[in-house]
Design a protein around this ligand. Structure first.
Ligand SMILES: Cc1ncc(COP(=O)(O)O)c(C=O)c1O
Length: 398
């Protein structure tokens, strides 16, 4: 069976509304957002519909750009520390370097796969200025406790909701708890325009700084505009905005369909030996960017690599054992401090964690099996994935 994939039309929902918006952009002849209307509508609609009154959104060219805007909004000093997770997309980490700050890695839970208030607190120093809390795979962190910690210690909180738009904690959407929320509209996310990102904040100062930062820090609309500080061009095109705006009408249906099929799947595999689903905090709902399992080899009869290989080879299920394979600080960019020339700046003196200091991270990666999930999965697809997993376990246990 061929499963719908977010890499092509089988697993994406683009239709007449996207086409009509694209047509309108092309007919207008205005493809840039500084003069067009679609990106502005996307920003206003997303802020109002997702978060409510008082929130501001700036649309940018990627999730990485959104994180970069968020870090830049904090106006950190060189060498300030930003606590984050090492089990994430590199695009969530390099913006910290670009702004001259040092990423510090908090441990993740071996079963939650997310950072916690305790693991963040354990790595705070006098240089810590901010925390980036990533809601991995669509499962919220315990954001209440993390918010409390940040408030108590005077730290900024950025939520990386790239994988968790519309996920909730205590009925409230992720990305609205911290000082700034960041989202990705890349091909494989819940709603997409190929590449894109969104920032969200209710702090007018951060909103202003992110708006400036995404456009060369030029003070559009100011009495005496100038380029106020060093900043890139992360403006979204009207073509991307046109698609993203139409996607806003679809995304809640996408989330609902993913939740229904994923919950049905998790029910089916509830008693599979050695197979456990990612732990979701009691007050939270997941939006299942992926369905991520923890495999206990002693019970399952095989480890994630063996199970993943068989699921792929025998059943064509494109799963990812160990997700990103290794913690971010083991990737060349951080391990070898490849930043600006041979300076190692700003991480020249950084000492990265080890297996001993981040046991949850290594434990989680060694046991993590990431299954692709999609809004277009039918009951047959769900049955296929669960029976394939069952047969795989039977194969190794026999
Ligand atoms: C958690 C997380 N943060 C940030 C990013 C970066 O987003 P983008 O690929 O749109 O730059 C991603 C992308 O996959 C992500 O999953």
């Amino acid at each position: 069976m061929v499963l719908p994939s977010d890499a092509d039309a089988s697993g994406r929902r683009f239709g007449d509304e996207e086409l009509a918006n694209l047509r309108a952009v092309l007919d207008s002849g205005t493809l840039n957002c500084t003069r067009g209307t679609f990106v502005t509508r996307l920003e206003n609609d997303f802020a109002a519909r997702y978060a409510g009154d008082g929130f501001f959104c700036t649309a940018v060219t990627s999730g990485t750009a959104a994180i970069h805007c968020a870090i830049a909004a904090l106006d950190l000093e060189i060498g300030d520390e930003v606590v984050t997770t090492s089990v994430t997309d590199m695009g969530a980490i390099t913006p910290i370097l670009f702004q001259g700050a040092v990423p510090v890695f908090a441990d993740i839970g071996a079963k939650t796969f997310n950072v916690s208030a305790q693991s963040i607190e354990a790595v705070l120093t006098s240089r810590t200025k901010a925390v980036v809390a990533t809601h991995l795979f669509g499962v919220p962190c315990d954001i209440d406790a993390i918010s409390d910690l940040c408030q108590k210690r005077g730290l900024y909180l950025i939520e990386d909701a790239a994988q968790a738009p519309y996920a909730t904690f205590d009925g409230r959407r992720m990305g609205t708890f911290g000082d700034i929320g960041c989202f990705s509209l890349q091909q494989g996310k819940h709603f997409s325009c190929g590449e894109g990102g969104l920032t969200l904040t209710k702090n007018p100062d951060f909103a202003r700084r992110m708006r400036l930062f995404h456009d060369k820090a030029w003070g559009y609309g100011d009495a005496k505009p100038d380029h106020y500080f060093a900043a890139p061009n992360y403006r979204m095109t009207e073509l991307a905005g046109a698609v993203a705006l139409a996607q806003l009408d679809r995304v809640e249906g996408v989330v609902r369909d993913r939740q229904n099929s994923a919950n049905a799947f998790l029910d089916k595999i509830a008693d599979f030996p050695g197979v456990y689903s990612q732990l979701v905090p009691e007050k939270a709902t997941s939006v299942f960017w992926k369905v991520t399992l923890r495999i206990e080899p002693a019970e399952a009869g095989a480890d994630v690599a063996q199970i993943g290989a068989r699921l792929k080879e025998q059943y064509g299920i494109a799963c990812a054992p160990r997700y990103v394979q290794k913690p971010a600080f083991e990737c060349e960019v951080l391990r070898d401090k490849r930043t600006l020339g041979s300076s190692g700046w700003p991480i020249r003196d950084a000492v990265w964690p080890t297996r001993e200091t981040l046991p949850g991270t290594y434990d989680a990666l060694a046991h993590m099996l990431v299954l692709p999930w999609n809004e277009n999965y039918t009951r047959e697809h769900v049955d296929y994935i669960s029976t394939s997993l069952r047969s795989t376990l039977d194969f190794f246990r026999s």
